[in-house]
Design a protein around this ligand. Sequence first.
Ligand SMILES: [Fe+2]
Ligand SMILES: [Fe+2]
Length: 214
Amino acid sequence: MNALGRKRTFTENLILQVDAALKTLANSAVATRPNPAQSPNPALTAREKRLSAQCMRVNHAGEVAAQGLYQGQALSARNLAVREKMQQAAIEEVDHLAWCETRLIELNSHTSYLALFWYTGSFMIGAIAGLIGDKWSLGFVAETEHQVMAHLNSHLDCLPAIDTRSREIIEMMYEDEARHATNAITAGAASLPGPVATLMRLMAKVMTTTARWV
Ligand SMILES: [Fe+2]
Ligand SMILES: [Fe+2]
């Protein structure tokens, strides 16, 4: 629904998509919730800073991809309730984007230079999933969120132990992603065929390996 309480037109939806894409790619995400990183900034060595920045850049790239996926699905989802759920989830993911961006700035580092590529690739996958049908679209969300949760867990293992600020962000993101996955399953997500889930894991591997460096 738009601010006038009527169903959004295709043009209004398209404008929202473009707005979301520009905000994501221009690194100008604004969080609506307080940053969970509340600990003082730890004194990291140059090596620890580099390691933390690599993890947070991968997380940020994942959030850029999540934006693309959700916006693509919101564009092509058939059911209005599903479309609005996708848009709501995308809004929540904006917090993750903003928190990762802030942490990367604190670490004197940068977001992935390939953000446009991560966004457009995921947008197309999301739009196709939405066209195939809402239960498959929701299935993509559940699978994506489960894979993101596994990544976030692995980052908690590899981050420098004293980087509590990055840890606080990742822990909050993990909680949110778990809720997104549960919501998708409750809304009727179909379980994806094994080869599709494997292909998604492969694509995620390409992104996480590349975004670590560029
Ligand atoms: Fe997220
Ligand atoms: Fe999520």
